[in-house]
Each structure stands twice: as C-alpha cells, then as structure tokens.
Design a protein around this ligand. Sequence first.
Ligand code: LLP
Length: 426
Amino acid sequence: MQPTTHHASTMMMNQVDLRSLVSKHGTPLYVMNETYIRHQIRLFKASFIHSKIQTTIFYASKAFLTLAMAQLIHEEGLHIDVVSLGELMTVIKAGFPSEKILFHGNNKTSLELDVALKHHVGYIVIDNPFEYENLINKVTQTQKVMVRINPGVEAHTHEYISTTKHDSKFGMSIYGQDTVELIQAITSHPHLEFCGIHCHIGSQIFDPTSFQKEARLLLEMIHQLKVSHNINVTHLNLGGGFGVRYTHEDDPFDIQVHFKHILDYIQDTCDELGLDYPHVSIEPGRSLVAQAGVTIYSIGATKTTYSNKKFVFVDGSMADHMRTALYQAKYEAKILERPLAAIEQTYAIAGKACETGDILIHECPLPQPHVGEHLVVFTTGAYHYSMASNYNRLLKPAVIFVSEHDARVVVKAQTIDDLLAQDVLV
Ligand code: LLP
C-alpha cells in the first residue's frame, strides 16, 4: 500500500486531498495515514507467527506516541513498550491494559518505578544492578522482570542509533559475571518473576543477518544459564530496528521473509542446543509508522548564495525535523501542488531556525518552487513528532490522522499560550 498517491495538481492520502488539510490546519503539519499504520501492524501480526514458537509484538512507542496512537495500537491488539513516565502515563490514560505494557529505560527514576508497580505493568526490563536494588526496595507483590543484555553485536547503522557495541550505555554485557549474578539475584527474589532476556541491537538496520547473530548469541547465553546455573529463560525479546525506505537509495529487507527465517532459525538453534522454544518478542517502532507520515511545509523565500548553492526556505525547521541534523538522515520531498512536474534542479531545503545545520534535506531535486506552494516531506512518521522541540521558541505542529475518507486532529498545534504556560514571570 502507498501512503500517498500523486496527481497532476495535488497529492492524496487515501481519499483525502492534502491541500484541504493545509487550508484547514495551516503549516507546518504532520499528517499520518492511519490506514497505512493499521495495514503495517496487520502485516507484522500475520507474519510474525510460527507453528512451534509463541510470539508477541510490542510497539516501541518512542517512535510516535499520542493518546490516539496508543488507542490504535490497543485496537490492533499489539503490546506496547514505554521508556518514561510520560510514555507510561500516555498509554495508561489511553486505556491500554497494563499487563500488555513493558517498561524500559537505563535509569528509571524512583517515581517511574513506583508508578509502574502501582499500575501493575506487565514487564519491567531491568537494565543494571542499581535498578534491581531500587526495585526490590519497592516491590511487594509479584512483578515480571526481564534483563537487558548487550551482546556486542555490531549492526550496520548510524553510530548514534546503534546500541550494542561493548561500550553502549544500555544493558548488561552478555559476557559479564555480574550479569549472571544479577539474574541469579532476581530468580531468588520472592516477588520478582524472572521471565527472560531482552536485547535491542540498533535501529534502521538493513542487514537481517545481524538479527541472526543476535539470536544465536542470546540462545547460547540461555543455554549457558540452563546448564551452568539451572536457570530457565522462557522469554526472548529481540528488540526492534527493522530498516525502512526514506529515499530510493534505501533497500529494506522483506519483513515477511525475515520473520519466517528468524523464527525458523531460532527453532533450529534451540533444537541444536537442546533448549525448549522460548516465547519470542520483537519491538518494532519505525517500521510500523515511518512511512505512514508526511510533513507539509509552506515554501517561502528561495536563495542562491554567492557560491551558487540554491536554498528553498520552509516554515518549519530542525525543531520539527531533527533527524537530518542529528543523523545526516536523507529524505525525499515533492511540491504538493505539482508532484508530477519535471525536475528543474537540486535545492537544499532549509528551515527557519537560527543554526547553519538547520537543513531538512541537503539535496532535493524539485521543479522551480514558487512562494505560496507547499512542500511535502515523506517518511516522517517515526521520530519526528516524538523528537520535536521548541528550539527558537518555534511551535510544535498539529498531528492529523487520515483514515479512508476522513481526517481528524489527534494533536492540536501548540499555541503561543501553550508555549508560555510553564514560564514564571518574576
Ligand atoms: N526497542 C528498544 C529497546 C529501543 O531502544 C528502540 C529504539 C526500539 C525498540 C525501536 O527501534 P525501531 O524499530 O524504531 O528502530 N531517534 C532515532 C532512533 C532511536 C531509536 C532508539 N531505540 C532515529 O530517529 O533514528
């Protein structure tokens, strides 16, 4: 399914003309194709299954979370992962069943642990021994926990979004004696139910063999825990990280083929090692929502520098589009009113923030843009709204969900009053 379709004088998201959304809500504007998200979720659910192995999908809510999104995830029957009090309270407010919530984080605060326990979240993933100590000082009834493991697998992705090199801040080393000691302490605690190990090797991964390496190492660890320490690991959570297509240069692997391979591989490896099949989970974020989203901007000035670099300025910035500045991420865009027009030349798309690095797209082939037209940037459904800031006191855009025929506001645009609401005038 294509998230948008392009015509001579406009772009459609399902049956909704994106120009009508601009007229009604202004720009910048985040627009998410709700039908596409549901379609992706159903594809994942239908493919991440196996005749011998039980499976669960947790949506990694950090990619994109609002009350409406939490409701959608629940309606579609997924579990959810959260990493902060804000994410936790959003999903609870949306009515998400607490037993389907998994709580992550490398430095959970005392308050976060209190609230997670009070709401009886399904799983707490312990990152380190300090967190274990905090937890046992609070827990008074059975709480399922997992331990986050760092297997040191090198996944080929941007340095900032790879999490499992040996010096990563996340989790406990697969090779550490302290890791075994932590798991032993958990298994002998009366209120903690040790149910398994968790790992996330990185994000925007294009090489599926990285996940096989991850699974192999973790199954070997499970085997070791069983034979050397008589500890039974029933759950294996392999994290998220499945790459998506931002530009024509990206070549993501087929998720259906990958899921079949990895689950078969886990079956074979368990047979080889003499292990019972664990319950296997994944935590996709980006791959469920990235391609569902676009951001629409108004085109303002264009500028040709003395060195002949051509800029198009838009009314957003790195504050609503952080990934280019942070990860050198690449995007594609088209003019809303002329998506099929012939390309004239390549422009840099720059925002209005006071920072030279405030570039949304470094090289964007476009027809000659005109003031008053709009630019649609594709694949902005993940880590855009969720990473938006108020740098330069720029306001966060509204988020619109588009279903088959209708559009609805799921996050109102921030106003100047909202922006000033927390400030205290002395
Ligand atoms: N599980 C855990 C424990 C994670 O840390 C993450 C992402 C995920 C699942 C979901 O990964 P995904 O399927 O979305 O790749 N802001 C960065 C991405 C940071 C990802 C952090 N963790 C970006 O915009 O590329």
